[in-house]
Design a protein around this ligand. Structure first.
Ligand SMILES: Nc1ncnc2c1ncn2[C@@H]1O[C@H](COP(=O)(O)OP(=O)(O)OP(=O)(O)O)[C@@H](O)[C@H]1O
Ligand SMILES: [Mg+2]
Length: 132
């Protein structure tokens, strides 16, 4: 099995594939069901944001070691409009569209590591990890 895998995110079907890929990799590594569900849920939100707001992008899956713990690290990258007000975007209930505004803050709570960087006009990159 490759340690790194990159998947396109263009539409809802790709979001479903991304979820499946994360789950499969976590099952191989014998992550608990709770861990699987948490990371897959976070991945789903970030993948959908990349499709809806980022106008498409990709997701990279990597296996890593963090303090000797097996970790899955996911990177979501798009070259869409970016996020002008990061503080607002990370607030529960804030949406610029028709969402619930829970994707980013919710995803952050489901993982051990969460980094987001965005440049207006250039795009957005979110990196998350969950470890055993
Ligand atoms: N990849 C992205 N590119 C540009 N803007 C983004 C991106 N991801 C999120 N945003 C902005 O941040 C806001 C908050 O995102 P979040 O996922 O928390 O909520 P939502 O997508 O609006 O609703 P929900 O995810 O709950 O359905 C979005 O409404 C959008 O304005
Ligand atoms: Mg969202």
């Amino acid at each position: 099995m490759p340690t790194s895998e990159i998947l396109p995110l263009r539409d809802e079907q790709d979001v479903a594939r991304a979820r499946q890929a994360v789950r499969a990799r976590m099952q191989e590594l014998q992550f608990s069901l709770v861990d699987q569900t948490k990371l897959v849920t976070a991945a789903s939100e970030l993948a959908r944001n990349a499709v809806i707001y980022g106008k498409g992008g990709d997701m990279t899956i990597e296996v890593a070691l963090v303090n000797e713990r097996t970790a899955i690290r996911l990177t979501f990258e798009d070259h869409g409009p970016g996020i002008a007000d990061m503080e607002a975007a990370m607030t529960d209930g804030w949406t610029s569209g028709n969402g619930l505004g829970m994707g980013l803050p919710g995803a952050k709570r489901l993982v051990n590591e969460f980094h987001i960087e965005s440049t207006p006009g250039k795009g957005t990159r979110v990196q998350i990890a969950r470890w055993k």
